[in-house]
Design a binder for this molecule. Structure first.
Ligand code: NI
Length: 255
């Protein structure tokens, strides 16, 4: 059984066949899915989706792309939303210096505010970091309370950075790009970092693993990420599934 720790099943790319995809998830040995929000609207629809399906859980938060219009009111609203029993984390939150859709100062401000909210609510955080490795690490190091968990979603950094995050007690979530032929960095991370620090995800509908790259992603493809980890570590596929499932259940406090 597998745990997809990051999928956006409320994305409009699933509008035409969402029910079919969700029915397929169960058949494909996926035990659990965490569906993070990316703005206020998708945080609400994540909760609605999670309340329709027992194996789907939600996270609420505002992605760095969308923090440009964020206000203190939104923090209050997120706090209310996080009371729902299916909300297991604050996310996805972080920094994106690749697209720079919001000013970097705004990105940092609202990243910190949302970490503070998670500390207060004692919920783990799901981090989006694209081309902002140094600022992201420093903010997590300074602001995240030791009492809460932290996962680097779709981790794309080096082995050295991975080791620094592990020292802080963070988890790394591995996604489709680990299977890409031109990706030399993430397979190395997967090989060197002990399984107890790893989780797996699809980031559906994005980041579709090889050999389906270019098509729409869905949680059933998380098995390809697990298989790649097994290959790199030279251990069985079953061992990867079992460990990443247990890691994620512990991380998100799901029984
Ligand atoms: Ni995402």
């Amino acid at each position: 059984m597998l745990f997809d720790t990051h999928a956006h099943l409320n994305d409009e790319k699933f509008d035409l066949d969402r029910d079919d995809i969700i029915a397929k998830i169960k058949k494909d040995n996926i035990s659990f899915v965490v569906n993070p929000g990316a703005d206020m609207k998708s945080s609400i629809s994540s909760i609605e989706l999670a309340n329709k399906h027992d194996f789907i859980y939600a996270a609420v938060g505002v992605h760095p792309h969308d923090v440009k219009d964020m206000t203190n009111d939104d923090i209050t609203k997120l706090k209310e939303l996080a009371k729902d029993k299916k909300v297991v984390a604050i996310g996805e939150i972080g920094l994106d210096y690749y697209y720079d859709n919001s000013k970097r100062e705004d990105q940092k401000k609202w990243f910190i505010e949302q970490i503070k909210l998670a500390n207060e609510l004692k919920l783990p955080i799901i981090i989006h970091d694209r081309d902002a490795h140094e600022d992201c690490f420093n903010i997590i190091k300074e602001y995240k309370s030791d009492e809460i968990g932290c996962v680097l979603h779709s981790f794309s950094g080096s082995v050295e950075l991975a080791k620094e995050y592990i020292k802080l007690g963070c988890m790394l979530s591995i996604s489709g790009p680990v299977t890409f032929k031109n990706n030399k960095k993430t397979p190395k991370v997967v090989k060197e970092i002990p399984l107890k620090h790893l989780m797996i995800e699809t980031d559906s509908p994005y980041l579709t693993p090889h050999p389906y790259r270019g098509k729409r992603n869905d949680p059933s493809y998380v098995c390809l990420v697990a298989q790649k980890i097994a290959d790199e570590k030279e251990i069985s596929y079953e061992e990867v599934c079992k460990a990443t499932l247990e890691n994620a259940k512990t991380f998100f406090n799901i029984n």
